[in-house]
Design a protein around this ligand. Structure first.
Ligand code: NAD
Length: 478
């Protein structure tokens, strides 16, 4: 099935698909086999300048297209994505590794994001401030201008979709630089938009050396908005670049999600949900449940039962039958896991399950459970971005909240309790952009998604996600 992957890929600039020709090449690797499957052209500086110029020309045309016409194109693109989801999903599995069912589901969820934003844009109302007769003030929301968006490899289609959909719905043109490691599936999403009738230059896709592409695009005052999903250090670097031209930024920079499991919870439900979600996408998820704080009375039982469930996770090539978890996406991840786990072991943590790479040419890592992990272990502070659950006991609600808030990160947080009082206090007191209580749904598409503290700023998704691509203007008339 993986043979549907295109042997060479293209950039899309100014309405034209562009081949490698004499450009530098990035080799795309299948993480299940470690083998090169395709060649990707890297954009030259001249290519990027051409994309900037096209984004500038496309912006006023798209901005002045009536919102209903823009929405119709986005809905049509969503239909095409659903139609092509099986094929796009297979490309994603070949380049990223996740099981093909999850990859296809990601494409249909991304299609839904275009539907959500198409409708949100129709309802982005301004206001009239009524003054004495003949005088009014109007508040209007206008598209911010051409956007540069940078997305990572863990959700190759959904993360770019939550940037493309609101930017286009708002009336902006956008240059997208997805991760070089996972290029084909986001390219296919751009193709759906073009086939749905999006005008040339409105959505373009480039690849290259990430730092060269971002510094070149952000240095241009054509770009009025930067959206980035990735690590804290890169987000910090891009924000510094954006200060020069004072571009607006949305930064989604990962987290280290605490899970507070109270002894009054529905334990089976908590275990089933957490053991399934922890190993989804091999834990390479910015909202993955990671630091498990379990109340002392149920700690041993929770650790044993969680481990039994984790043992059943089927690891293998994402094209295989009944596979729950594929490989890690690139060779950097197993290396990072090795380091964190040997550090935790050396500092006294117990490895209940896994804790090592699998013998393979691909980047497979065993589902891992660590218990009694000391706070000094690096894994309790550094996002592991891998298939590992790190557990510790706690006694009181105050202690649980203190632990949840001890890091400078605050993206997602989870709690399981049947006490309404505990749920209310956790919801209010835990420092995170999203708190899910008795469930793990923090990314429904129509609710704000984003972090606090060093996890970044600005919300994606829903009406807040659309507003992130608009500026507010006041017009005073007499
Ligand atoms: P990284 O920070 O080098 O890369 C993350 C993403 O940012 C990649 O897609 C990369 O192409 C892009 N990138 C890197 N430098 C860039 C630059 N100067 N300009 C524009 N884009 C740039 O790290 P990595 O090795 O891919 O992953 C390391 C850590 O990053 C992970 O362990 C995880 O903590 C975090 N991460 C978070 C997310 C997320 O969804 N928030 C996604 C991927 C990685």
């Amino acid at each position: 099935m993986s043979n549907t992957y295109p042997p060479s890929l293209q950039l899309h600039i100014d309405g034209e698909w562009i081949d490698v020709e004499d450009r530098d090449v990035h080799h795309v690797v299948n993480p299940s086999t470690g083998k090169t499957i395709s060649d990707l052209p890297k954009a030259s500086k001249a290519d990027l300048d051409r994309a900037l110029d096209a984004a500038k020309r496309a912006f006023p045309i798209w901005r002045d297209t009536p919102v209903a016409a823009r929405a119709a194109i986005l809905h049509k693109a969503a239909d095409l994505m659903r139609e092509r989801a099986p094929e796009i999903g297979r490309m994603m599995t070949a380049e990223q590794g996740k099981p093909v069912g999850q990859a296809t589901g990601e494409v249909t969820a991304s299609a839904a994001m275009f539907d959500v934003m198409a409708e949100e844009a129709k309802r982005c109302y301004g206001r009239v401030l009524v003054r004495p007769t003949g005088q009014n003030s109007f508040v209007k929301y206008q598209p911010v201008g051409p956007v540069a968006a940078f997305s990572p490899w863990n959700f190759p289609v959904y993360t770019p979709a939550r940037k493309l959909a609101p930017a286009l719905a708002a009336g902006c043109s956008i240059i997208l630089k997805p991760a070089e490691e996972t290029p084909a599936s986001p390219i296919e999403m751009i193709r759906c938009l073009l086939d749905a009738g999006l005008p040339a230059g409105t959505a373009q896709v480039v690849f290259g050396d990430p730092s060269e592409v971002s510094s070149h695009l952000i240095a241009s005052d054509i770009i009025r908005k930067i959206s980035f999903t990735g690590s804290v250090p890169v987000g910090r670097h891009l924000m510094k670049l954006a200060t020069e031209n004072m571009q607006r930024t949305t930064m989604e920079l990962g987290g280290h999600a605490p899970v507070l499991v109270f002894d009054d919870c529905d334990l089976d439900k908590a275990l089933d949900l957490l053991a399934m979600q922890k190993y989804r996408n091999a834990g390479q998820v910015c909202v993955s449940p990671t630091r498990f704080y379990v109340q002392s009375g149920i700690y041993e039982k929770f650790a044993n039962e969680f481990t039994k469930r984790a043992e059943k996770v089927q690891v293998g090539d994402g094209f295989g039958d009944n596979i729950d978890m594929g490989p890690l996406a690139n060779p950097r991840r197993p290396e990072a896991m090795e380091k964190l786990i040997s550090d935790a072991k050396a500092k006294g943590a117990t490895v209940r399950l896994g804790g090592e790479a699998m013998d393979s040419d691909g980047y497979f890592y065993r589902p891992t459970v660590l218990t009694d992990v000391p706070l000094q272990a690096d894994i309790m502070s550094n996002e592991p971005f891998g298939p590992v659950a790190a557990m510790r006991p706690f006694d009181t609600l105050d202690e649980a909240i203190e632990q949840a808030n001890r890091l400078p990160l605050g993206l997602a947080a989870y709690a399981f309790t049947n006490s309404l009082r505990t749920a209310n206090i956790v919801g209010d007191m835990v420092e995170a952009g999203m708190v899910a209580i008795n469930n793990l749904t923090v990314s429904p598409g129509d609710a704000p998604f984003g972090g606090v503290k060093q996890s970044g700023h600005g919300s994606e998704d829903g009406p807040d996600g659309l507003k992130a691509y608009m500026v507010t203007k006041a017009i005073h008339q007499s």
